[in-house]
Design a protein around this ligand. Sequence first.
Ligand SMILES: Cc1ncc(COP(=O)(O)O)c(C=O)c1O
Length: 419
Amino acid sequence: MTRNDPQVRCLDGAIDGTALEKGVERTLHAGRPILVRYDLDWIRLHVSRDELSRRESGIWRYRELLPLPLDVPPVSLGERATPVVPVERLGASIGLPRLLVKDESRLPTGSFKDRGMALAVNLALGFGRRRFAVPTNGNAGGALAAYAAAAGAEAYVFLPKDTPLPNIVEVARAGAHAFLVDGLISDCGAIVRQMVDEHQCFDVSTLKEPYRIEGKKTMGLELAEELGYELPDVIVYPTGGGTGLIGMWKAFLELRDLGWLRRETLPRMVAVQSDGCAPIVRAFDSGERFASFWEGAYSAAAGIRVPSALGDFLILDALRASDGCALAVPDGMIAGWQRLACRDSGLAICPEGAACVGAAEELARSGWIRSSERVVVFNTASAHKYDHREALDLPVIDPKLPALPQIERARERFQDPWR
Ligand SMILES: Cc1ncc(COP(=O)(O)O)c(C=O)c1O
């Protein structure tokens, strides 16, 4: 039976441009990621921007720009487009009055990882795969567990043992086989490789199959559509494995080649890392195309604690091609930025998103971003996916005693429990 995917031209080895036949299960080429290439003439002929925006909201609206065969109904969790929220008070406090937050916390499992896993799982199901494995700092595991559950497939999820508790719980609750590992995501990755060899698991690790990037690409497609196909001046993105940054950049290039953008200038891409784990920043600053392993990685923002990225060169190429930059923020300041960002926006900004708020503030202060520019910060997950109990020191009221004096006393002692 022929696959109904005329929108896909071929796949490409990202490192050397080797064209690879489509319609075949693929993982890496020459040890590096594979990218999907589209037949843009076919797409231009068969769909328009306006037609896309009349469809139901969500990632599958962009069907012709995604690799799933067009006649295959996707396994879906009812994903909807996430909003781009103007955050004037927060913007004013960091010197960027035109600040916007693309709030990815609204996706089914509360993070942007749903986008990538939706595509990876659907494509792998089409190749007959029903057993998946992933190393994860939390959110990707939650997303895999959810999509595998929806598909009735099996998922093995390996998480560092200090992963935030809500992440661990969501994986186990969705029925995945969850394992804690006394190490980093790179140690989890080594275990997944054994599961692939011994137990025929399909490895959906970041960039080890070609389709998670395509799912993340929908962040860029959505952003463009939401802003009337006039892209912002700067995008500030928390970078771990880099799928989101690579995917968004790919989306912008495809939109430009389709002739759909109202302004041809593409955003300057900013990769934000923590000074506890900044391999991409180090490589960017020293002009390298590849990043070396970051020893002793730590971060309060679990999602960007990624010591080595398979797609390092794709991240670095995108930063340079966009006239962007890479910035490591002090890890110890992330919690403070998170408090500021949540309080001044009302959004549930996660630590990774908060690192971006801090980076945007720093770039505004140094003049790299001008105050007249339109800046989009990505809030990649919901703050609710992190366990903050120990960070709170809230007053407890004894209902057997008069309440108001207790409240008065507490107000004197706890001016603001978050400060
Ligand atoms: C909340 C959050 N933000 C950012 C990242 C980094 O994502 P990427 O792989 O796109 O660099 C992760 C990855 O785990 C994450 O969970």
